[in-house]
Design a protein around this ligand. Structure first.
Ligand SMILES: Nc1ncnc2c1ncn2[C@@H]1O[C@H](COP(=O)(O)OP(=O)(O)OP(=O)(O)O)[C@@H](O)[C@H]1O
Ligand SMILES: [Mg+2]
Length: 431
């Protein structure tokens, strides 16, 4: 098997071949690897894809290095086999409850009359230095809005006149320790990390349509161990957050509530589970396999199951709703919510989300990839799909390459208040 690599990963311009990109979605329940390239006039084509059930991960975080390495290797090997060559580096998603948004606004003086590229770079650099927090690695640094002599809402200040240039920056960060473990695990599979992308940011690229991105939309990726969110407005990522609750918690609640093994509970959830009550629930019975060999199969009313499923799902949505409110993005986030992730397939999840958030809700089916097998085309593959589109469509960012995981950065300025408070003030001040 040949190893596909080059200066920057997969670039093989000497042979006039398209840039090959490989991505890895490291999830709590499955690990997916997609290998693809941009096909002229057609779009992103997948030339190899594979997935494998996860082990050694909890809430998106590596908790057993050997087990996680083993499953990553398997997922990658499947994709490599389908592509017919080996890969040497990957872009990887980040799902951790430490995923957070920070907003800061900075202003610098510039000497020349017209704003030039170097002035933009200088003000962004100032923001990057001011932000520096030792235990946080910056995954995304996105200029949301430019100001010129205090004038707000400037899309592109280059070529304009003034004396003070300002920028409102959005940083998406995660804890350095978590990312180091993830990176180490992937490197043990002999893969270099080309970059890291926050999972809900990637999922947005897979499922959102232009109108949603313009008017404001909230993406909620409902995984097995973690639920991550991303708010988009004016085509930019303006807020991201995560909570360590997912489909696995629903399954555990069912296993406990119906006294049945975990695997049986997982099956019961997919077949009978719903977040919405129905008038016939009381008359329908759910067969529950026994915990041990001595016990016998028993039955429980469907209304008991629905109650269990609903209460966990409701609680998850309520936590998110409260987080959005605390961050001050309630109305700013538009009138639509799009759900992705395997747990978004839960019957009644859309209706319950509509009720709790008071917005239009839909399940996001990933779109826009050529050659992807049907088995990997569902909402649980939105992150992998979005990752490869995100990389190949070259989303502009203020920083490129893998995040700095040295943790050596010195805190230069201490901001009063936590992240959420800072966001609240930022949204109030800026919009
Ligand atoms: N039809 C269904 N109804 C309810 N839940 C479902 C259904 N299908 C899958 N799920 C749940 O989706 C979850 C897996 O989703 P997904 O593959 O997006 O997770 P992951 O990416 O591996 O995990 P994470 O993102 O949390 O690290 C599991 O908890 C599973 O029970
Ligand atoms: Mg996931």
């Amino acid at each position: 098997m040949t190893i596909f690599s080059g200066g920057s990963f997969g670039k093989n311009s000497r042979h006039n071949q398209p840039e090959i990109v490989a991505v890895l979605d490291v999830g709590t329940s499955k690990i997916a690897c997609f290998i693809g390239h941009l096909e002229e006039d057609a779009g992103v084509r997948i030339i190899g894809a594979g997935f494998h059930a996860s082990a050694g991960l909890k809430a998106g975080v590596v908790v057993d290095m050997d087990a996680a390495e083993f499953t990553i290797r398997h997922a990658v090997a499947k994709a490599e086999k389908a592509a017919g060559f080996a890969i040497s580096s990957v872009y990887v998603n980040v799902s951790t409850r430490s995923l957070k948004s920070h907003h800061i606004s900075v202003e610098t003086k510039f000497s020349s009359a017209e704003v030039a590229d170097r002035d933009l770079k200088r003000v962004v650099d100032t923001a990057l230095t001011e932000f520096a927090e030792p235990e946080k690695a910056i995954l995304h640094a996105l200029p949301l809005n430019w100001t010129l002599d205090g004038e707000r809402g400037i899309r592109d200040p280059r070529g304009m006149f003034g004396s003070k240039l300002g920028v409102d920056m959005h940083f998406v960060t995660a804890n350095v320790g978590v990312l180091r473990n993830l990176a180490h695990c992937i490197e043990r599979c002999h893969l270099r990390i080309a970059g890291m992308v926050a999972s809900p940011y990637a999922a947005g690229d897979a499922v959102l349509v232009d109108d949603e991105l313009d008017l404001g939309v909230t993406l909620i990726d409902m995984g097995a161990g973690i639920t991550t969110t991303a708010v988009f407005r004016d085509r930019a990522l303006v807020f991201s957050d995560a909570i360590g609750v997912g489909g696995k918690n629903v399954t555990s609640d069912i296993a406990r509530g119906l006294t049945t093994p975990w695997e049986a509970a997982e099956r019961i959830k997919a077949i009978y589970g719903s977040a919405l009550e129905s008038p016939t629930d009381n008359s329908q019975m759910v067969p529950c396999p026994p915990m041990g060999a001595q016990d016998e199969l028993h039955e429980e009313s469907l209304s008991v199951l629905t109650g269990i499923v609903r209460s966990r799902t409701e609680e998850t949505f309520e936590i998110l709703r409260d987080r959005f409110a605390a961050a001050g993005i309630g109305s700013f986030a538009g009138r639509r919510i799009v759900l992705t992730g395997g747990a978004a397939q839960l019957s009644g999840a859309v209706q319950l989300a509509e009720y709790i958030f008071g917005k239009r809700v839909r399940v996001g089916q990933p779109h826009g990839l050529l050659g992807l097998p049907d088995t990997m085309s569902g909402p649980d593959f939105a992150v992998a799909t979005g990752l490869i589109k995100h990389i190949l469509n070259n989303k502009p960012e203020a920083i490129t390459g893998p995040p700095d995981l040295s943790g050596k950065r010195i805190r230069k300025r201490h901001y009063a208040g936590g992240n959420v408070m800072r966001s609240l003030k930022w949204f109030k001040d800026n919009f």
